[in-house]
Design a protein around this ligand. Structure first.
Ligand code: SAH
Ligand code: SF4
Ligand code: F3S
Length: 464
């Protein structure tokens, strides 16, 4: 049966029943963007979003397996939902990265028999068909494939935000960093046709979106696959990330352009030039360090040394005025010694990151690092984490002081969570700012705000 007919049949079956759905997203921004597509598909079938989890007739878990705690959260929630299933026959679907792991798939099949649908990262688009089988044919569905899926364009999408949109520009990863499971569960790098990306963003601009985040596991290698996974021939002369960035910036209505994540080893000068030349591109760039020690970096298979990272950070700061850098760091990679960890602290001090996402190394079955016998004891990993955090906290304090008196362009995101009379938004560097409305600017506008006070985790200011 055609997909359109399936959707129609399910719509007919569930219409007037006022059925509700909830999607629980456990992973990164790419995972979130997939969830927005899942929401688009189920709304097309006639479900509407539940206000409360308990009222849902359909619960979809979009899982992540990058670290062990992401997996634990899923199992906690799955246990909770069993009762709901017994009471109101809630349909339960699990998809995402964790389902691409064979051991997890087995565990779900064996110990969580009440799950109705299991789908993977390459089979997102078949969800309408899966739901059809469950609702109309009363079947259970397992729909996971190992091979890289073709790029599917034109899925319906229900976005979480009205002004900021995420746009996936490429799927998968080819880097095989030795600690990381992503290349195993997301498959090879697959770049979307630039014209499809630009068309999507033009559409978003028409709908009133102002900020776009371009997503991929390594956006700097956009186009390197020569678009061989696209369904139709790609005719565009946009064949790398720098050109794509410039083309996105030319779209009227889009005022802020962000991207996540670049890889330091592929951060070429043409991308630095594009950022320098285009005011719309954020001055907060994510540059994942992972470790500051050359030997550890080599064992991580990161493709750069401590010195090369420092050089790149310097080159970026020299060429892009007012640049801020954020980063990801893993502590306790197998074999990491005290001195090697100190190198990480050294790079943190030298670069002065605006934001650091810190992770304790988590063993991922099937990766190269997991097989190493020299795993760092838990206690030492935690101590290193605390020491890195201490250093970071002291830097945040010092950096916040530098904002006082400056005027920042802030997109008004909404009311402040703690005080409904105030607005909140973020600086270019991602600091939260809370300020009084002035009666003119409204939510979604970009206001000029003078920063007046520092409260450690947020700043306050006034519209000028
Ligand atoms: N492609 C992105 C990262 C995606 S995963 C990049 O290369 O920057 C997000 C972050 O999770 C990584 O940057 C890394 O810091 C962390 N991470 C990945 N695998 C991990 C593991 N096994 N243990 C701890 N942290 C991990
Ligand atoms: Fe994982 Fe490395 Fe790929 Fe990032 S670049 S997703 S850390 S393998
Ligand atoms: Fe997690 Fe998959 Fe993203 S493993 S970090 S959701 S790509």
């Amino acid at each position: 049966m055609e997909k359109i007919d399936l959707v129609k049949e399910v719509r007919n079956e569930i219409k007037d029943k006022n059925l509700k759905y909830t999607i629980l997203t456990f992973g990164c921004q790419l995972n979130e963007n997939d969830s927005e597509k899942i929401a688009g598909m189920v709304e097309e079938m006639g479900y509407s979003k539940a206000d409360n989890f308990e009222d849902s007739n359909l619960v979809i878990f979009n899982t992540c397996c990058v670290r062990e705690n992401a997996e634990e959260r899923l199992f906690g929630k799955l246990g909770e939902i069993k009762k709901m299933k017994e009471e109101k026959n809630t349909i339960i679907a699990i998809g995402g990265c964790m389902m691409q792991e064979k051991s997890m798939l087995e565990k779900i099949k064996k110990s969580y028999r009440y799950v109705d649908i299991v789908f993977g990262t390459h089979t997102l688009q078949t969800l309408p068909e899966d739901l059809y089988k469950v609702i109309i044919e009363k079947q259970k569905v397992k729909n996971v494939i190992d091979i890289d899926g073709e790029i599917i364009e034109g899925l319906p999408i229900k976005r979480n935000d009205k002004f900021r949109a995420q746009v996936t520009i490429m799927y998968g990863c080819n880097n095989f960093c030795s600690y990381c499971i992503v290349p195993y569960v997301r498959g090879r790098e697959r770049s979307r046709d630039p014209e499809d990306i630009l068309e999507e963003i033009r559409g978003l601009a028409k709908e009133g979106y102002k900020e776009i985040t371009l997503l991929g596991q390594n956006v700097n290698s956009y186009g390197k696959d020569k678009f061989k996974y696209c369904k139709k021939e790609v005719k565009s002369d946009i064949d790398n990330f720098a050109k794509l960035l410039r083309a996105v910036c030319e779209i009227d209505g889009i005022e802020i352009v962000k991207f996540m994540s670049p890889h330091p080893k592929d951060f070429t000068f043409d991308v630095i030039e594009a950022i320098r030349d285009c005011d719309k591109i954020t001055r907060m760039i994510h540059l994942p360090l992972q470790s500051g020690n050359t030997k550890v970096l080599k064992e991580m298979n990161r493709g750069y040394t401590k010195e090369e990272f420092l050089e790149l950070a310097k080159k970026m700061k020299d060429n892009i005025p007012n640049l801020y850098l954020s980063t990801d760091i893993i502590v306790g990679f197998p074999g990491e010694t005290e001195e090697e960890f100190e190198d990480t602290l050294d790079v943190v001090r030298k670069v002065g990151f605006e934001q650091i996402f810190m992770f304790i190394y988590s063993k991922r079955e099937g990766t190269k690092a997991a097989a190493r016998p020299d795993q760092v004891p838990e206690e030492i990993k935690h101590q290193r984490f605390d020491r890195l955090k201490e250093l970071y906290d002291s830097e945040v304090e010092a950096q916040n002081k530098r904002y006082i008196g400056t005027v920042q362009n802030i997109m008004i995101e909404g009311k402040s969570k703690n005080d409904e009379t105030k607005y909140c938004g973020r600086t270019d560097s991602n600091r939260v700012v809370v300020f009084n409305p002035n009666g003119k600017e409204k939510i979604g506008d970009i206001a000029k705000v003078r920063i007046t006070e520092n409260h450690k985790w947020f700043l306050t200011g006034e519209i000028v």
